[in-house]
Design a binder for this molecule. Structure first.
Ligand SMILES: [Zn+2]
Length: 256
């Protein structure tokens, strides 16, 4: 169920793997995506993760590969439905914020509330300042990195008073696996040089993790890279490997 868990002061982070859920088929078994074929399975999968981690609420987002950041206030978190992470796939539930980054001040007074990012090859990036209790969850693929979603999230956390920020870059498709057309590589590397890489079979690729680390380091953020490569690890969900029906893993960050 859990690929990686780490603590830093009051901050807890977790990245899930693909095991321990109830979804059948290529998305199985622990699919935490909004697009799980069966809403009941999606609900049960998330409930299992919440129980395991002791989380009451999980604030998620409708990710669109953009640079926008949504602020989750303590009032928002207190009003967030206990199944709100499922979004409007469940009748009567609130719509998810349409963004690729969530940030929040210290939510510990509202109970254990996590911010959540969902991925299958893109980067799940969790951010936190254990002193102020400010946290962030970011979805960063090639498009989001180039759009600047990570510096935007770091700036939003600084605006909340965060000082020494740490980022956890979770499981994603590695540079040795992430082949792209040569023209795409040239354009991307011109904008973000740290993206330059080559696959294990000698063709142009992009190093999303290195580029994210470079962007975060430039923002004064300490970076931890955890979790491995989604495409080559059968214990993780991968869109590149499993296609349009691949499941999603989640990155979760909260303050105790
Ligand atoms: Zn790989």
């Amino acid at each position: 169920m859990l690929r990686t868990t780490e603590s830093l002061g009051r901050v807890r982070v977790a990245f899930t793997d693909r095991h321990g859920g109830v979804t059948t088929g290529p998305q199985g078994s622990l699919d935490l995506g909004r697009t799980d074929a069966d809403p009941a399975s999606a609900r049960e999968n998330f409930d299992r993760v919440r129980r395991r981690l002791g989380l009451r609420r999980v604030v998620a987002m409708h990710q669109v590969h953009g640079p926008d950041v949504h602020l989750v206030t303590p009032d928002d978190a207190a009003a967030w439905p206990e199944q709100g992470h499922l979004g409007d796939s469940v009748p009567g539930q609130a719509r998810l914020p349409v963004v690729d980054a969530l940030v929040a001040p210290d939510l510990s007074a509202v109970g254990p509330v996590a911010l959540c990012v969902r991925v299958a090859d893109c980067l799940p990036v969790l951010l936190a300042d254990p002193v102020t209790g400010a946290v962030g969850a970011v979805h960063a693929g090639r498009v989001g990195l180039l759009a600047g979603v990570l510096p935007a999230a770091a700036a939003a956390l600084r605006a909340l008073g965060a000082g020494a920020l740490t980022a956890w870059i979770g499981p994603h498709v590695c540079a040795a696996c992430y082949e792209v057309p040569a023209t795409m590589q040239v354009e991307a590397v011109a904008a973000l040089p740290a993206l330059a890489a080559e696959t294990s079979w000698g063709t142009p690729s992009l190093d999303l993790g290195a580029a994210a680390a470079a962007q975060l380091t430039a923002e004064g953020v300490a970076v931890r890279r955890v979790g491995g490569c989604t495409r080559t690890d059968p214990d993780l969900h991968s869109h590149r490997r499993d296609g349009a029906r691949s499941g999603r893993l989640a990155g979760l960050v909260w303050v105790t």
